[in-house]
Design a protein around this ligand. Structure first.
Ligand SMILES: Cc1cc2nc3c(=O)[nH]c(=O)nc-3n(C[C@H](O)[C@H](O)[C@H](O)COP(=O)(O)OP(=O)(O)OC[C@H]3O[C@@H](n4cnc5c(N)ncnc54)[C@H](O)[C@@H]3O)c2cc1C
Length: 379
């Protein structure tokens, strides 16, 4: 049992009940957007719970968005991914840092489950080394003009705009760029291991109205970096959800599959695998929620050390647990089209996306070197 308030518990139960309706179509999306699921979540007042109420969200905590992502992601991994991306990543940045007019322009369609806003940070020569990005916004004749390129961006063919990280004369910042702005051109659409598209687009003399600037100047951008701590916890709980989905399938299969005259869950070798998988899932979920719970009184931002640790741990747990589930189900799980075969490919992404394992390790190492172990009272 997690330490949830009565309101959070009620929210999680409603999310579970709506998510149960997604089970039948789960693992059929193959790179498409489960729009009907997103709209159903929106109609049930569950989608994008931490976005402000006046733009169609619920104005609830980010921990609530994690509860939603877990409940949905374990029933339908794809819908869980969209839930995480739109509740905890780019639209959240618009809600936190945008002008009223940019929020009005993009958020109501997102929170209704009818639109998608991407996050565009990576460039061909600036992956982990975000600080070396060259996409820039300059002032020309009193207008802001953006030039550059972004790559690996998810959601482009079906999305409307991207929260785009750029270099202003005074340092890094972010702006919202709609894909249909003159000067935005898609150069290449890649298909990733899970069947989703990731896109390389160029930005050529795109005029950015002041109202679409989210952050500019060191202090504002620092706040945006801090807000990514919630994104890491969103990713953490998404991967926990996928690990839970794999464990449930392995449990169910092991209780039915017979070899040597008994179901395979009667063999201690399999029982111990299942127990180990549960240990991993439970510790990963506990770490993610503990990091979030400690943060609700910290101006909506959990500490970087905890969130990097959670992101790293949960992504690895997902990969290991899904792999063990494939082992338990055997050849059937290795066939194309099997849910575990798909999850195996999908889960692998999270050790790279939203900051690689190695970047999380760098962050953890730097924090330990600079500040040592957190005190008992800070835990
Ligand atoms: C499924 C998926 C979805 C994605 N979606 C988006 C998106 O929507 N928007 C977006 O902007 N980007 C997206 N990305 C891109 C992602 O953010 C980058 O892949 C990630 O930041 C790493 O950059 P890179 O792939 O260029 O690897 P590189 O930075 O070139 O790194 C290559 C390897 O070197 C390691 N490495 C690099 N520097 C160090 C160091 N200092 N110490 C130790 N090891 C190091 C890395 O950890 C990695 O293992 C997505 C990626 C994936 C896989």
């Amino acid at each position: 049992m997690r330490a949830l308030t009565a309101e959070q518990r009620e929210f999680a139960e409603r999310a579970e009940s709506v998510a149960a309706e997604f089970t039948d179509d789960a693992y059929t999306w193959h790179g498409d957007v489960p729009w009907e699921n997103l709209e159903e979540l929106a109609e049930a007042d569950l989608y994008c719970p931490s976005i402000s109420e006046e733009y169609g969200g619920q104005g609830l905590s980010d921990l609530t968005a994690m509860l939603l992502t877990e409940a949905v992601g374990r029933e339908c991994p794809d819908t869980g991914w969209f839930t995480y991306m739109q509740s905890m990543v780019a639209p959240r940045a618009i809600d936190l840092f945008g002008s009223d007019s940019v929020k009005e322009e993009f958020l109501p369609a997102v929170t209704a489950g009818e639109s998608f806003v991407s996050i565009a940070i990576s460039e061909p020569e600036a992956g982990s080394d975000v600080g070396s990005m060259t996409t820039e916004v300059t002032e020309e004749d009193g207008r802001l003009v953006c030039n550059g390129e972004k790559t690996w961006v998810g959601g482009v063919p079906f999305g409307d705009a991207a929260v785009t990280w750029v270099r202003f004369p005074e340092g890094l910042g972010s702006v919202v760029i709609p894909y249909d702005d003159p000067g935005v051109e898609i150069q290449e659409v890649y298909t990733n291991m899970a069947g989703y598209s990731q896109t390389h687009f160029t930005i050529d003399d795109v005029v950015v109205p002041e109202r679409r600037v989210l952050t500019r100047g060191q202090e504002a951008f620092k706040e945006q970096l801090v807000s990514l701590n919630w994104e890491r916890l969103g990713s953490s709980i998404l991967t926990v959800a996928w690990a839970e989905a794999a464990l449930e399938r392995a449990l169910s299969y092991a209780s039915e599959r017979e070899q040597f005259g008994r179901t395979i869950d009667e063999f201690q070798g399999i029982e111990w695998k299942l127990a180990e998988m549960y240990r991993q899932v439970e510790t990963a979920a506990s770490l993610a929620y503990a990091s979030a719970a400690g943060a609700e009184g910290h101006e909506r931002a959990p500490p970087r050390l905890q969130t990097s640790t959670a992101k790293l741990h949960c992504s690895r747990v997902a990969e290991e647990v899904v792999s063990e589930a494939v082992q338990i189900v055997g050849a059937r799980a290795y066939q194309q089209g099997h849910p575990l075969e798909y999850l195996y490919r999908f889960a692998r992404s999270r050790r790279i996306a939203a900051g690689t394992d190695e970047m999380q390790l760098n962050t953890i190492a730097r924090a330990l070197e600079e500040r040592g172990l957190p005190a008992v009272s800070e835990r």
